[in-house]
Every structure is written in structure tokens, then in C-alpha cells.
Design a binder for this molecule. Structure first.
Ligand code: SAM
Ligand code: SF4
Length: 331
């Protein structure tokens, strides 16, 4: 059936919003130091989390009536939510590009199910290739399982598989070249993400950020590469000139891509956020749990999109650090 987008979600700067990140849970089986405290995290009450029916309703409305073209599942750790392939199958039935970001720990078990359910692309987060450091960073001894998960994702036919790597000064910034070699050897695309002030634990500081410039300088000590023309992706992409693949850098701190941002985020409890760094949100849950019409939901989303700022202000004096972490916002 042909899709009739009746509305576009346009903000006051003319940016059209076609990408929706959906956090399916705030819970996680890891405790990455830059994302969550090791103990004492307060989870959302289960009754407050959107059901699969509620998530699919929002997604269908936004895809069929408001021009959303891509959906990424995230969290928390999306794979800790029970029966995830069922949600994937329902979302895959929409006319939309469907992807997921995961820590990879359970992929060896479910990569094939996710692929069969219709998931198209996978990003797997991994910040170190050293077992002891992995434990320090995530508080879990799961490096072997994550590596198996990466292999399983490639074997299941996900193409491309991307690895999200957050280099932090003095912690894992000596692994940039190792990751580039790993990407070439395993047929996956490594994407370095600048460390952002979203850790909710005060771990972030400007001097811990390993910048895009530094990453490229390090990469150039061993590899020849050239830029690939940038599409709508926030990643600056580079191709190895010997044809052995590509890598990317997301310079959210030093070279933010806000002027082309097309993203909105739905948290696990139904808050629509127009930016990771937004201080406010629109609560869709009461609408979903009342007799609000589809049009009411589109209007609420449009109103939230219209509140979007020109850009975040991480490098400016008036920047206010969000009190929520990536895991709570749906990174
Ligand atoms: N649990 C899944 C995972 O780790 O891939 C999905 C959620 S996680 C919040 C999404 C991404 O956010 C991961 O790639 C993680 O590395 C990244 N992330 C978390 N905190 C971050 C921070 N303070 N700065 C930059 N990236 C961060
Ligand atoms: Fe969990 Fe992902 Fe946050 Fe790590 S980055 S604690 S895996 S949600």
C-alpha cells in the first residue's frame, strides 16, 4: 500500500525530522562507567514502560502520517527486554529502515532471530579490545561474548555491522589503531564517537574528549584514507585507499552536526525528546493511555519538534548539562 505522509515534522529552523530513536528499556546488563553508576541506578517502574503495542502505535503513526523514514532501537540495552524479535517484526512491517544499537553481549544467541524478524542494521558498542580494561569500563567480564556477538552479527548477514567506540583520554585512547585494524580484519565499520557530557556521574570533562582531529592524526600514522561525501549521517566517513573498508568519526562535541539534525527520541517511558541535550520533553504516555486520536499524537510530536533549539551548546558558557544519562535518554 502506498504511504501517504500527510505531515512533515519540521522545526522552526526548517529541519525535517525523519529519524526516530526508540529506547525499549532503561535497564542494562553492563555498567559502562561513562553511562551508569555501578550500583544504585533507579529503574523505571515496569508499568511505566511503554508496551510493544504502544511503541508500535507511535511508530506507525509517525511513519504513516508524519514522514518518519528510519527507526533505531536502543536503550538501556535493548536486548534485555523480553521477546525483542516480536517488536522488531512488528516495526519491520512498517515502510521504514530499521536498525539497533546494542552492547552485543547476547547477539551470539539472538542475531539470527533479529535478522529473520526484519532488523536491517546493527551497531555494536565496544570501547576496548583488552579484557582487563573491558571489565574496568563495563564492570562485566564480557569481552569474549561481545566479540562472539560481533562475529555472529556478521555471520547472520547484517550489512553493514558498525562498531561504536568512545575513545577517552588516558583510558582507551591508545586503541584507535587497534580498532581500525580490527575493523579491516573483521569486515565491520568502526565509528569513533567523541565522549559527550551525558554520563550523569560527572566523569566527563573537556580534556577527556579525544577529538576528531586527534583520531584522524593517529589514524594517518598507519593508514591512507580519504573522505567520503557526507550524506545525512552525523558521522564523517573515510575510506581506506587500499579498498579495505571504511571508518567514521562522530564529532558531536568539536564539530556538531546540529544544523542537519533530523532526530527525535522516544524514551522507554514515552517521553519524546527533540535532542539528547534538551532540557524538556513531551510526555506521550498519557496520550497513548487515553482515547487520544492519532492526530492528537502527531500534533504533540510536531509541537515538541518546534521547540528544538538551533543546536546544543556543549562548548559554551551557558551549556546546562542534562541530568539524565545516555541510557535513560535512548542514546
Ligand atoms: N546499550 C546499548 C549500547 O551500549 O550500544 C545502547 C544504548 S547506549 C546508551 C548507545 C550508545 O551511547 C553506545 O554506543 C555508547 O557507547 C554511547 N554512549 C553512552 N554514553 C556516552 C557518552 N557519555 N558519550 C558518548 N557516547 C556515549
Ligand atoms: Fe549499558 Fe549501553 Fe550504557 Fe553501556 S552504554 S551501560 S551497555 S546502556
Amino acid at each position: 500500500m502506498a504511504k501517504s505522509a500527510q505531515t512533515s515534522l519540521v522545526d522552526t529552523f526548517g529541519r525535517v525530522h525523519t529519524d526516530l530513536r526508540i529506547s525499549v528499556t532503561d535497564r542494562c546488563n553492563f555498567r559502562c562507567a561513562y553511562c551508569m553508576p555501578e550500583e544504585g541506578m533507579e529503574w523505571l517502574d515496569r508499568s511505566g514502560i511503554l508496551s510493544y503495542e504502544e511503541i508500535v502505535r507511535v511508530a506507525s503513526i509517525l511513519v504513516n502520517e508524519a514522514g518518519v523514514k528510519s527507526i533505531r532501537l536502543t536503550g538501556g540495552e535493548p536486548t534485555v527486554r523480553a521477546r525483542l524479535p516480536i517488536l522488531v517484526e512488528r516495526l519491520a512491517a512498517l515502510d521504514v529502515e530499521l536498525s539497533m544499537t546494542t552492547n552485543g553481549a547476547t547477539l551470539a544467541l539472538i542475531a539470527n532471530d533479529l535478522k529473520s524478524a526484519g532488523l536491517q542494521r546493527l551497531n555494536i558498542s565496544i570501547d576496548t579490545l583488552h579484557a582487563d580494561r573491558f571489565h574496568e569500563l563495563t564492570k562485566r567480564n564480557e569481552l569474549p561474548r561481545v566479540l562472539e556477538g560481533i562475529t555472529a552479527a556478521v555471520a547472520a548477514g547484517f550489512d553493514p555491522v558498525k562498531l561504536n567506540v568512545v575513545p577517552m583520554r588516558g583510558i582507551n585512547d591508545d586503541e584507535v589503531l587497534d580498532f581500525l585494524r580490527f575493523g579491516q580484519d573483521n569486515g565491520v565499520i568502526v565509528r569513533f564517537i567523541e565522549f559527550m557530557p551525558l554520563d550523569a556521574q560527572g566523569q566527563w570533562s573537556n580534556d577527556r574528549v579525544v577529538t576528531q582531529k586527534e583520531i584522524l592524526e593517529t589514524a594517518a600514522t598507519e593508514f591512507d584514507f580519504e573522505p567520503i561525501t557526507r550524506g545525512s549521517s552525523p558521522a564523517e566517513r573515510f575510506r581506506f585507499t587500499d579498498g579495505s573498508g571504511e571508518f567514521g568519526v562522530i564529532a558531536s562535541v568539536t564539530e556538531p552536526f546540529c544544523e542537519a539534525c533530523d532526530r527525535m527520541r522516544l524514551t522507554a517511558d514515552g517521553q519524546l525528546r527533540n535532542c539528547l541535550f534538551a532540557l524538556g520533553h513531551t510526555d506521550l504516555r498519557p496520550l497513548l493511555r487515553s482515547d487520544a486520536s492519532d492526530a492528537d499524537i502527531v500534533n504533540a510530536v510536531q509541537a515538541e519538534v518546534e521547540k528544538k533549539w538551533a543546536g546544543h551548546a556543549i562548548n559554551q558558557v551557558h551549556f546546562i548539562r542534562p541530568t539524565k544519562s545516555m541510557s535513560q535518554l535512548g542514546g
